[in-house]
Design a protein around this ligand. Structure first.
Ligand code: CDP
Length: 207
């Protein structure tokens, strides 16, 4: 059967960790769609035209180990505002979402544009301060020399661009369940997501 879990939300809200954990728990495939835009942004920084980069993306481009930098995050958000770049990436994401055995996709527009008929939609948020602190810890832990203030300013700039763009703006789907993780540790957030997905799976006829 196909069963899609769409997990959207702003930067560093916890989507990635929740998505990986629930995919492993329920035996679903997982796609971090942010990597598609990061890999496209990375190629743009390397000198390629964004549309050409998006069209030429290969599976292995998503495994590059230089995608989780602040520069690439900024470039990703810039290419992600381009209609033609988004259009070039739609088919791959839709096919992934509807693969046999079920899938979890996390991003900004999964519940609204990529898979509006997903069986479960979550919109994961957290306060700006909590998100900046999480991302600052991640980046510091991987050797990036950044201040908390820089990280906060970057997140706010990127969220503003992602929410204001004409092409598939970041917005909760009307039928998304909101999960505010500001006051939750990750285990609690994952537990809540699991409960929501379990209910949807039961409604879909069990597995
Ligand atoms: O990990 P983080 O939440 O910081 O970002 P990400 O999910 O890797 O996404 C990087 C950028 O890609 C975002 O700021 C968006 O501009 C863009 N993106 C998008 O437009 N649509 C998606 N489905 C996923 C990411």
């Amino acid at each position: 059967m196909s069963f899609t879990v769409a997990i959207d939300g702003p930067a560093a809200a916890g989507k990635g960790t929740i998505s990986k954990a629930v995919a492993a728990h329920f035996g679903l495939a997982h796609l971090d769609t942010g990597l598609l835009y990061r890999a496209t942004g990375r190629k743009m920084l390397d000198g390629m035209a964004p549309l050409e980069a998006a069209r030429a993306l290969l599976r292995e481009d998503l495994d590059r180990n230089d995608l989780r930098t602040p520069d690439v995050a900024r470039a990703a958000s810039r290419v992600a505002a381009m209609h033609d770049v988004r259009a070039a990436l739609v088919d791959f994401q839709r096919a992934f979402a509807r693969r046999q055995g079920g899938a979890v996709l996390d991003g900004r527009d999964i519940g609204t544009v990529i898979c509006p008929d997903a069986e479960v939609k979550l919109f994961v948020t957290a306060s700006d301060a909590v998100r900046a602190d999480r991302r600052w810890r991640e980046l510091s832990g991987t050797g990036h020399d950044v201040t908390l203030e820089q990280v906060l300013a970057d997140l706010r700039e990127r969220d503003a661009r992602d929410a204001a763009r004409a092409a598939a703006p970041m917005v909760p789907a009307d039928d998304a369940v909101r999960l505010d993780t500001s006051d939750m540790d990750i285990a609690t957030a994952v537990e809540q997501a699991k409960q929501i997905i379990t209910r949807a799976l039961e409604a879909a006829g069990g597995r």
